[in-house]
Design a protein around this ligand. Sequence first.
Ligand code: SF4
Length: 496
Amino acid sequence: MPDKNPSVAILDAPETSRPGPHSPTKVGFVSLGCPKNLVDSEVMMGMLAQAGAELTRRAEDADVIVVNTCSFIASAQQESVNTILEMARHKTDGRARKLIVAGCLVERYRDEIRKNIPEVDAVVGTGELEKILAATGVASAQPTNSPFHILRSRAEGDSREAQGRFSRETWDGAIADLPNYLYDEATPRILATAPHTAYIKIAEGCDHPCSFCIIPQLRGKFRSRRFESVIAEAERLAQGGVREITLIGQDTTCYGEDFGLKDGLAQLLEKLAAIKDLRWVRFLYAYPNKITGRLLETIAGHEKICSYIDVPLQHASAATLKRMKRGGGADIFLRSIEKMRRTIPGVTLRTSFIVGFPGETEKEFEELCDFVREVEFDWMGAFGYSDQEGAKAFADRDKLDDREIERRRKRVMQIQKGISKRKKKALIGTEVDLLLEGMSEETDLLLEGRTTMHAPEIDGKVFINDVPEGLVPQVGEFYRCEITESHDYDLVAKIL
Ligand code: SF4
């Protein structure tokens, strides 16, 4: 599930142009939501550029604007609608001829988008990315015999499908077929991230039954990319200058199960760690009971695999987790975290929680707070429960009011703030390798970078305020640094 919704931005993609008899169609992209959606945007941009379109960073210059939407929670849906309306103005008052809406909001509200926002010319769901060519008018024909549609599935996914987990029958206009698209190494893709870092989507969809979540209906059943396809893409990216790879999927720890691979993620990480030009490899979105001993040993045994585990636990009260249809609880999680820390000394742990789930009693919430105090995560996010029509929990009766949900969210984040402050302070005086990202977004007087403790975009920052005389630091290079100061979430360091 997404960790954050970055603010709206026309993707910082390279300008591309292909000379031809006619001037190329200029396409502008806005990508919302999580990195998984960002990869979809990158794939659509790649297809468009290959077909002859020119990508532009400026909405006012675009002939066609694509908004790739997020539909994770109510606030993300609202942000998506606001962005579509904002971009629609370029069509009514500006140069744009077409407005295309893509992504999760399309899977959820396919017909309603067209009915309620007449400026929208076409919609492209998460399972039909190739349709972006025809929708934008850049190429008229759809590719035939697309190699991108995967037909395998896990037994768990099949049985959940039989139980109705993926049903979208009541959704106005939803197409009957579940999304089953997955790009591969041959799919054109234009990175929208800085040139030294890239996400690789290793799997798509989700088979889990979490009762607050409609991502399985939006993204389809879990399916993995072929092992060789991921390796081939990583090798190509590394040859092109990428030094850090972050593996993503709705659940990366199920990787390979659909083609009978045991410990597929561990095997994949081992192979990726052998790619010469890569320096850091990490994965996000682990499912708690899928973190195996082999996976932990693999992380511990390879310097290039970041000692970093992102495991969204969602709650710590066994009763709440049961209602969430996830299972587990504080005792099990504590044992599992103890094992992670024992196997990977110094491991960085990130998690996220949902507070105010229907029926969450004060006692259950306190259990969560106690758990947060006890574990002392390095990074933690908390979402207030958001009602999702189509999710099982939508029908629950004992919902908490929004103010109480927000009170609980703030309270647990306040606890984490104190923990984070202490943990960051303890890093003062230590030496770390830092990947330089560029000038600080907050002030031109500082540089900014990340360490293995910081995944792209979601974690705090490291500001650099001291550089050895004569050194001109280069973006995308690694530097040995000493941590000199700490704040609640951020660090300050000097390059040694
Ligand atoms: S694991 Fe649960 S919360 Fe995450 S995408 Fe799957 S169903 Fe949603």
